[in-house]
Design a protein around this ligand. Structure first.
Ligand code: NAG
Ligand code: NAG
Length: 843
């Protein structure tokens, strides 16, 4: 029963299997140490992959990459709003095919944690709630409210029923070992008091009553009632303990990075710190870790929440938005996972014994009681390395790191020492031209058509649009008499208006007078600007734009969007005039949206203007279309929207999402690998558009004549939009001598001690490619990172020649980091490293 191959056999054949004289039934339970699957305690490594954030043809590859990184479990939320677009009408097609996703995970022998919620937060539109839910009479979200509880129960039952009907729970022989009800409810519960407690208890009871045969989890709610397991989410969770001594210590969201918002910087989290956080959790007794995200993906269409969350949900995850492996994050975590798994038996068998090895150094030792012992040696000092004595041996611990010793003797992994290959990703022009551009102006002179309506005063936006579009027109007019003094003066009247969110473009008599925007954390903003008014009737048309509905905050469902006023005109002879209470005309959405202009069927339902007109046409509110052939190859694709302003894009009728090239504003400084990480710590991309590239899934393309339709709100140069291939520019190795390598560690081998000290690096090109050039090679004391290595004072002169001879023309090459290759030692008694940058090319 000890080896993995036997246990995975048990997993899939276990419904009623005779083991000796014992009948074993598939089951998932838990105890204080771990989740117990078919009688075995497990250290489970998990990663979040959200099925609607990629395409079904990407799923298998993502899951295989997750498996290859050593994960046991794939975690996903269930997204209510995409599955039930209107009450009782369900959609499980395409990207929303949850059963297919779960079965794809099952096919590759991994487990699933199904986080039903149905509140999911997730930077997803409205936190995953359908917008219609807000308009159910008497409803109040996530509290002791009958209409809400009825709807939540119905959807939860629907999902559980669907999974049961496909035999997908582990108790039925399926892959689902855990389910989550609610999500991060603790903070809201405390604010709501009794009603919050009652709702939490109801939710737990309702879920358990669905009888799935697998445990339920509530994350970030310390009072989760039995038998529901409370779990931790955060950048670190080593100070977390479950609320009962008989529950396992689970980390449902180990944040691998952070999300981005338009106008904000790019967030990254160093893998050294992430690995350190995971090792801290495991050494303390944690037995379940889920990376949020393992693959973040893309917020296609209008699924991004926030507001202002970018279309990219890359999250600095080990697998990037496009499905490519991100190094060294992926490789370093893979090594960490191997090291943890070598300790699995001891970790689940005993509580750690903790001894101090210094001011900020500790040893955590676990043993399996069969003479097997594993140790984690930690150094919490963020600036100084430490030399510690453990079991009569000396160990060097870099700052802010943990060494893992699966036999209490040999270090196979240190969280701060990244020996894995790194890579440089580049966005290369593709061979595909976007051609036959044509344009069509969103007609704003005749907005008051049959679908428009009037009302006195200002209306809340979502109540009007029901989120069927981002856009709502607020239109009114003002008469200017010929005697107004401003007509003869210098000073134009000014228009001031307050909006609750999220953006507005102001048009006076059809001309753009200005724009204003809120932010994710402060959606309210004021537009204030001079306006050109003429004698007679002036039309004031305000385009109010929702940029994704909020996904968290107490009663976020009640937060308003739109121009709620006041709207005032100042500088007239009468003084200030309040326009808020006069008659307004409302029109939901754009004409191009109503005619479904993005779709191949409907694109020709309007009269487009030829390309020659485009160069002069930088008009706001313009539609554009063009055609292109699918680029050759299989690299992931993106649109470079750097020449454009703000809007949406469709490819063959599929929305690739909102785009906005607003520049990142933030605090980009040096990002240290050590010290406590918080999202503001490592910011990148200041002064550049937060998101310039937009993922175009290959599966949305046909070989030729693909239709691209762009709606641009502000104006931009469509002729500069291009299709880009995302590829690996070069691969790099960068490792010290004597670097511990878990890959070399074999418990059965008597020579493993020797092997451990032969640090190796492994350069590997993608399948079908080989190493064509060695761009940099130095054995000595080089500095820098992949793409920008520099020689140090110590350098073996023949480094380049030696590496070139060994690696050129090969798909992969393994190198020992030692003198042996380079003849004499270039600098004795100095710790040396080998840095190599290699270019991969198609053979
Ligand atoms: C880290 O180590 C240095 C050198 O030993 C020491 O001066 C410093 O106080 C330590 N910092 C912490 C937080 O322990
Ligand atoms: C929503 O609109 C309806 C009319 O369609 C109105 O009766 C109701 O008061 C509005 N609710 C809010 C919150 O604005």
């Amino acid at each position: 029963m000890e080896t993995n191959s036997v246990s995975s056999l048990v997993i899939f054949l276990c419904i009623f299997m005779i083991m000796g004289s014992q009948v074993i039934k598939c089951s998932v339970t838990y105890d204080k140490k771990a989740i117990v699957i078919n009688g075995q305690r497990r250290i489970l490594l998990s990663g979040s992959i959200h099925y609607p954030r990629s395409t079904p043809d990407m799923w298998e590859n993502l899951i295989l990459k997750a498996k290859n990184a050593g994960l046991d479990v794939i975690d996903t939320y269930v997204f209510w709003n995409v599955h039930e677009p209107s009450p009782g009408n369900y959609n499980f097609d395409g990207r929303y095919d949850l059963v297919r996703f779960v079965k794809t995970v099952q096919k590759h022998g991994l487990y699933v944690h199904l986080r039903i919620g149905p509140y999911v937060c997730a930077e997803w539109n409205f936190g995953g709630f359908p917008v219609w839910l807000k308009y159910v009479p008497g409803i109040s979200f996530r509290t002791d409210n009958d209409p809400f509880k009825t709807a939540m129960q119905q959807f939860t039952q629907k999902i559980v029923g669907l999974m049961k009907s496909e035999n997908l729970f582990e108790s039925q022989g399926g892959p689902i070992i855990l389910s989550q009800i609610e999500n991060e409810y603790g903070a809201q519960r405390k604010k709501l008091g009794e009603a919050g407690d009652a709702y939490m208890n109801w939710a737990a009871k309702m879920a358990v009553g669905l009888d799935t045969g697998v445990p339920w989890v509530m994350c970030k709610d310390d009072d989760a009632p039995d038998p529901v397991i409370n779990a931790c989410n955060g950048f670190y969770c080593d100070s977390f303990s479950p609320n009962k001594p008989y529950k396992p210590t689970m980390w449902t969201e180990a944040w691998s990075g952070w999300f981005n918002e338009f106008g904000g910087t790019i967030h990254e989290r160093p893998v050294q710190d992430l690995a350190f956080a995971v090792a801290r959790f495991v050494q303390k007794g944690g037995s379940y870790i889920n990376y949020y995200m393992f693959h973040g993906g893309t917020n296609f269409g209008r699924t991004a929440g926030g507001p202002f969350v970018t279309t990219s949900y890359d999250y600095d995850a080990p697998i990037d938005e496009y499905g490519l492996i991100r190094e060294p994050k992926y490789g370093h975590l893979k090594e960490l996972h191997k090291a943890i798994k070598l300790c699995e038996h001891a970790l689940v068998s005993s509580d750690p014994t903790v001894t101090s090895l210094g001011d900020s150094q500790e040893a955590h030792v676990v043993s399996s009681g069969e003479g097997n012992c594993a140790a984690f040696l930690s150094n919490f000092n963020s600036t100084s390395a430490a030399r510690v004595l453990f079991n009569n041996r000396h160990y060097n611990l870099p700052p802010w790191s943990i060494s893992i010793l699966p036999d209490c003797k040999n270090v196979v992994f240190n969280t701060a020492k990244v020996g894995t290959q790194t890579s440089q990703i580049q966005m290369l022009p593709s061979n595909s031209q976007l051609r036959s551009w044509e344009t069509y102006g969103e007609d704003i002179t005749s907005l008051e058509d049959s679908t428009a309506f009037t009302a006195t005063g200002l209306l809340e936006q979502i109540n009007v649009t029901r989120d069927s579009s981002d856009y709502l027109w607020y239109i009114t007019s003002i008469d200017i008499g010929s005697s107004e003094s401003f007509l003869r003066g210098e000073q134009k009247p000014t228009l001031t208006m307050n909006s609750r969110g999220h953006a507005i473009h102001v048009f006076i008599n059809g001309q753009l007078a200005g724009s204003a925007y809120g932010t994710r954390t402060n959606t309210r903003f004021t537009f204030n600007g001079p306006v050109n008014l003429q004698v007679g009737t002036n039309k004031i048309s305000l385009l109010s734009i929702a940029m994704g509905l909020p996904n968290n905050g107490v009663h976020f469902e009640s937060w308003n969007v739109g121009i709620l006023g006041p709207v005032e005109l100042d500088g007239l002879d009468q003084g200030k005039r309040d326009l808020s209470t006069q008659t307004w005309t409302y029109k939901v959405g754009l004409k191009g949206e109503t005619t479904n202009l993005g779709s191949p069927d409907k694109v020709n339902s309007v009269d487009w203007l030829q390309a020659s007109a485009i160069t002069e046409n930088r008009q706001p509110l313009s539609w554009y279309k063009a055609y292109f052939d699918a680029p050759s190859g299989d690299e992931p694709l993106a649109l470079d929207m750097g020449s454009m302003g703000k809007g949406q894009v469709w490819i063959n009728g599929q929305s690739i999402g909102r785009y906005w090239t607003a520049n990142a504003n933030g605090n980009c400084g040096v990002c240290h690998d050590t010290g406590t990480y918080r999202a503001p710590k490592c910011q990148l991309g200041c002064g550049q558009p937060t998101q310039r590239w937009y993922h175009v899934p290959r599966s949305w393309l046909q070989p030729t004549q693909n239709l691209i339709v762009v709606f641009e709100e502000l104006g931009g140069d469509v002729l500069k939009i291009s299709l880009i291939k995302r590829t690996t520019a070069s691969v790099c190795a960068n490792a010290f001598e004597h670097h511990p390598m878990v890959a070399n560690y074999q418990i059965e081998s008597t020579s493993y001690e020797k092997m451990l000290h032969e640090a190796r690096v492994h350069l590997q090109c993608a399948p079908g490619q080989s190493i064509s050039t060695i761009k940099f090679a130095s054995f000595g004391t080089p500095s820098g990172t992949c793409g920008s290595f520099r020689l140090g004072n110590c350098h073996a002169q023949n480094s380049h020649a030696v590496i070139e001879k060994m690696c050129r023309g090969k798909q992969s090459c393994k190198l020992e980091v030692s003198n042996n290759y380079f003849g004499s030692d270039p600098c004795p008694r100095v710790l040396k490293k080998l840095s190599v940058e290699a270019i991969c090319s198609r053979q």
